[in-house]
Each structure stands twice: as structure tokens, then as C-alpha cells.
Design a protein around this ligand. Sequence first.
Ligand SMILES: CC(C)(COP(=O)(O)OP(=O)(O)OC[C@H]1O[C@@H](n2cnc3c(N)ncnc32)[C@H](O)[C@@H]1OP(=O)(O)O)[C@@H](O)C(=O)NCCC(=O)NCCS
Length: 188
Amino acid sequence: MIFEEKKINLKDGRTCTLRSVEIRDAESMIEYLRMVSSETPFLLRNGDEVTYTVEAEEQLLENKRNAPREIMMVAQVEGIIAGNCGIVSIGSLRRVYHRCGFAIALKKDYWNLGIGSAMMDYAFYLAKNMGYEQVELEVVEGNTRAKNLYERFGFRETGKNFRALKYDDGSYRDEYKMVKILAVQPQV
Ligand SMILES: CC(C)(COP(=O)(O)OP(=O)(O)OC[C@H]1O[C@@H](n2cnc3c(N)ncnc32)[C@H](O)[C@@H]1OP(=O)(O)O)[C@@H](O)C(=O)NCCC(=O)NCCS
């Protein structure tokens, strides 16, 4: 889905644009993904597992723009892609139609400027407008920054995946499941 662009003021006085991803972002998105995946152990991929070609990335971005119940939002600062977040549909079957998933990441240089909070505010507003009743996510054990932020946004822990991630050094980490209710529909 394509949504309206929004500008926010950052804690350091710069301006950040929150906008729908565009197909021309493909190359920058690959560079961005490779960077965030290398900078933090809290995402699914290792940096060397970002192997998309520009053509495949363009196709993925186009699909996101055309998906009626999904968004991919980028945060752009001084022309650079600082971060992105996404709302994904869990499925179109009626019993799961009310649920969406959420994921977010920012390059380390852009942490703690308020971008993550602004992206979440806007993404959850859009998710509610798309008709979702709840947002779900997973957060890796030890990612206190993200978990605290999610709790501040009204997410509550609903479960844990034991040994969800295995690292190259052979260690494992569990992953918490979290849910935020966006809207409560009357029972019929
Ligand atoms: C998680 C993430 C998206 C947060 O984005 P952000 O733009 O840094 O978040 P914000 O600046 O909006 O808010 C950060 C808040 O957390 C607080 N914070 C910072 N470090 C913290 C910590 N270790 N523990 C608790 N709170 C912390 C900050 O003080 C700030 O609070 P404030 O708004 O009251 O000043 C970002 O850190 C990130 O991309 N991390 C790596 C990828 C990742 O973990 N993604 C989530 C996967 S589930």
C-alpha cells in the first residue's frame, strides 16, 4: 500500500521523512539491509545473508507497494535511508484476518533520535486504518532497547520461542512473542 508522506523533527534538529518505499530505493535498501544485519545480533539475518539482486529487490518492493494490506515504510534523513519498518498480513483467511505482523530496524547512527517511535506511531495508525485489530512481533532475548520500547507502546509478552535463533558461535537465544491490541471489536 502507498501512504501519505510525513515529516518529523528529530531530537538533533534534523528532519526525517517517513514515506512508502519506492522501486528506485532497491539498491539503497540492499545496502541498508546489509548494514543493519551486520550491526546488530537481534535481526534474523547475518550481513552476509543479504544476497538479493537489485532486480529481485525491485520486484519485492513493487509487490509491497501493490499489497492492499501491507506497508513498507522507510525513514529518510538527509537523503539517506536510516531505517525501515513493515506491516505484514498474517493471512487472508477470515480467522486470522484481524492480525498483522510488525518489524523495524534502523542503522545504528540513527538510534535514539525518536525515529523508531515515530515510525511505530505512524505504522500502527495505518495498520488500524487497514482494519487490523492487533499487531504481533518477535523480539530476541537481550534486545532490551526494543523490548522496553514495545512495552511503552502497549505490547505485552505472550510467549517465548525456545532457542529460536542459533548464532555462528553455536550459542542460542530465545525469542519473545509480543502483541499489541489496536482495536477491540464487539463479539457477534
Ligand atoms: C529498536 C529500535 C528500532 C529503536 O529505534 P530508536 O529510533 O532508537 O528508538 P527511539 O529513539 O524512538 O526511542 C528509544 C528510546 O529507548 C530508550 N533507550 C535507549 N536505550 C535503551 C535501553 N538499553 N533500555 C531501555 N531503553 C532504552 C531511549 O532513551 C529512548 O527513550 P526516549 O524516547 O524516552 O528518549 C532501534 O534501536 C534499532 O533499529 N535496533 C536494532 C534493530 C532491532 O533491534 N530491531 C527490532 C527487532 S525486534
